[in-house]
Write a protein that binds this ligand. Structure first.
Ligand SMILES: [Zn+2]
Ligand SMILES: [Zn+2]
Length: 249
């Protein structure tokens, strides 16, 4: 009987993948958009994955405005010094993704961060590897809002993206020092005023570095621009932005 437990262990480990497959078929997950069964590790069904709204091909590389033709930057942001060096948007904020993002952000669907991060990286990961990124930094929440919501949706997303990019996630690079109103209730001008000087960067972390800053939704860009300004004032060499979705405008 010598070695018997080891032998049993070998048999179990041999059949583990099969057992996992059987459990997967018996207890599948469900596509959060159309609710049909999907097998792990799939998040969305194939139809819903294919329906994810891609970004238009031509947009300003700094502010994300649709330009209709290939160009490096649009007239309104090329003269701004502390602009993002490059912005990436894996998806447009349209159906079915907009509903997923709202649930992710406001209904504690924190486990979706990994899936959303993976979907984003499938779209823009091959482009981001050319950016020589050194750290991944989420757009922070104010500590009081973090306390109220319980999680920072941008930080979870940034963590998922950092894992895929094999870059460090750094959550103390940028701090939100101003408690701002939710941007959704404000027009463009009010948004800019609302988030002006809302952030401060940790110089010892960002000085001389190329930073990937991550957020979930890009509407007018006021938040991202204000945070970029703080990173550049802190000495960041380059600020590359990746927002999961951008509102069409
Ligand atoms: Zn589906
Ligand atoms: Zn622009």
């Amino acid at each position: 009987m010598k070695g018997f437990p080891l032998h049993i262990g070998n048999i179990i480990s041999k059949f583990q993948p099969l057992a996992r497959e059987i459990l997967n078929v018996l207890f599948p997950g469900f596509c959060p958009v159309c609710n049909i069964p999907v097998l792990s590790p799939q998040f969305l069904c194939e139809n819903c994955t294919a329906a994810l709204p891609p970004m238009p091909e031509n947009y300003c590389l700094h502010c994300g405005m649709a330009t209709g033709q290939p160009m490096l930057g649009c007239g309104s942001c090329l003269l701004v010094e502390d602009r993002p060096d490059r912005v990436y948007f894996p998806f447009l904020y349209q159906e079915p993704l907009n509903h997923l993002v709202v649930q992710y952000k406001f209904s504690d669907r924190t486990e979706w961060a990994r899936h959303l991060g993976e979907l984003a990286m499938e779209r823009v990961g091959p482009l981001l590897v050319w950016e020589d990124l050194e750290l991944v930094v989420p757009v922070p929440l104010h500590p009081l809002r973090l306390l109220w919501r319980g999680y920072n949706q941008a930080a979870l997303l940034a963590g998922a993206m950092a894992g895929k990019l094999h870059k460090p996630l750094v959550t103390n690079a940028l701090h939100r020092i101003k408690m701002t109103q939710p941007q959704t209730k404000l027009d463009q001008r009010a948004r800019q005023t609302n988030v002006r000087n809302a952030f401060v960067a940790n110089q010892t972390v960002v000085a001389g570095r190329t930073v990937l800053m991550v957020d979930d939704v890009f509407t007018t860009g006021s938040t991202v621009w204000s945070a970029t300004q703080a990173l550049k004032e802190g000495g960041a060499q380059r600020v590359v932005v990746c927002c999961l979705t951008r509102v069409a405008h």
